[in-house]
Design a protein around this ligand. Sequence first.
Ligand code: PLP
Length: 298
Amino acid sequence: MPERINVNGILSPPETATISPIDRGFLYGDSVYETLRTYGGRPFLLREHLDRLRRSATQLGIPYDLATVEIDREVERTLSDASLPEAAVRVVLSRGAGPIGYDPEGCGPPTVVVYVRPCPVIPETWLREGVDVAIVRVTRNARSALDPAIKSSNLLNNFLAWREAHGLAAYEPILLNDRERLAEGASSNLFLVRANRLLTPPLSEGLLEGITRGLVLDLARSDGIETSEETLQADDLRHADEAFLTSTLKGVLPIRRCDGWPIRHGRPGPITRRVLASFEQRVQAVTKTGSAPGSILR
Ligand code: PLP
């Protein structure tokens, strides 16, 4: 059984794992999560992911340190129990079980779930040819309503966007914010290239500070590519020279078409290919040396 679930330190196959029906994560989406993956069997950027989990928890007032297990230890334990060549890991931290009502008093301790499964493989053709995206009508949650910087398990905004894109036969929706500016994908960050400059929306537009986004910005800069975090409109994407998505599970994924129209020549351009190559080199380096997770970004 390749999939393993760890609930508060108890390991089991998914069919028998349980959480309480009055867990606030289940009742209200009152939980935060991370998706990470392994390269060469080792968790990639584990420290960055757990730091972001802690930041998300802090923003919601979920007491990370009151979890009854050590999260990094449970990630390692679940991975070694599943013993997969490459795994995707979802770590969920919820406020825990408690009485109905919004008052968090009497809730807890926080529930920790670690779910390990085989890492989905991005087909080679997607990397060579790119994927299709659609700019959807569903807008990204306003920062003043539910800040997208908090990686919460309250994912209906993302799901509704995905459903709209799916209806349009697009792989990933691109969400605008409430000021009609480009924000991000439902489960990815967005980059575009214009006049040899690599552009991505700034965090102030309301988006998740993607760990792959950060790595790509660092790699591009050290590769001599001019980068800028700047406010962008839908037409900036439609008329871009090149565009790509980034995420832990997608890596660097070129965009072929937006709203059915090709991005420039409809195939990955030179800067996208350079970024993809640097990203793959970085991953290769980690895979070969087995260097400590967390030593990758800087
Ligand atoms: N934006 C959203 C809304 C996401 O859910 C994700 C990842 O799932 C990302 C961006 C990419 O973040 P990361 O590179 O840390 O995986």
